[in-house]
Design a protein around this ligand. Sequence first.
Ligand code: SAM
Length: 201
Amino acid sequence: MTRKRATRKPQWQDHYTRQARKERYPARSVYKLAEIQKKHRVLAKGDRVLDLGCAPGSWLLYAAEQVGPGGSVLGVDLTPVTVQLPKQAQAIQGDIHTLQATAAQSLGSAFNVLLSDMAPATTGDRFGDAARSYELCRTALAVADELLQAKGHFVCKIFQGEDFKPFSDQVKARFDRMHIFKPQSSRKASREIFIIGLGKK
Ligand SMILES: C[S@@+](CC[C@H](N)C(=O)[O-])C[C@H]1O[C@@H](n2cnc3c(N)ncnc32)[C@H](O)[C@@H]1O
């Protein structure tokens, strides 16, 4: 018996996934940062960027293009990054909760942009997933408190839940301006949203 070949593409193979493959980014998430950049200009030539939750490496590659060879991008993730990176980008493997304790020693200091696309492994439990996302956001903000320079920018993904408002208030208190942004390229069903702090006080 000949089996009929499936003609329907898996749902995840949307326009952004195909574009990412064509443009040689390892994940479609690159377009979320590209949209943030287009609207808020968080990255500039020569910037020193810390990218938390950087694997598989799309934001790393995009940020490296934006800062150019005169800038630098350091990524951190639980998972190793296997894509080839340009000279101005590097990735280290580690858990941000552990690294945070010795942030200046393990990550260096004087970043002027901190990006966090960190996300917990989702379980389908909306409340639990949002709580774990908030925990990662709190850690990212603690790292920003320590390592982000004055007037630096902060971009952080959070899963919407009861901690969303308190977290956005914490960002608001620390930055000249705070924006909430849902990229078009974010899947409609996803509860993720980005909190952007511009100009660290
Ligand atoms: C959505 S992915 C990031 C995608 C990435 N921005 C890109 O464009 O390729 C979220 C990442 O957060 C990482 N992550 C989750 N918890 C972490 C932690 N405690 N420390 C470091 N990375 C973490 C995961 O391993 C995962 O690779």
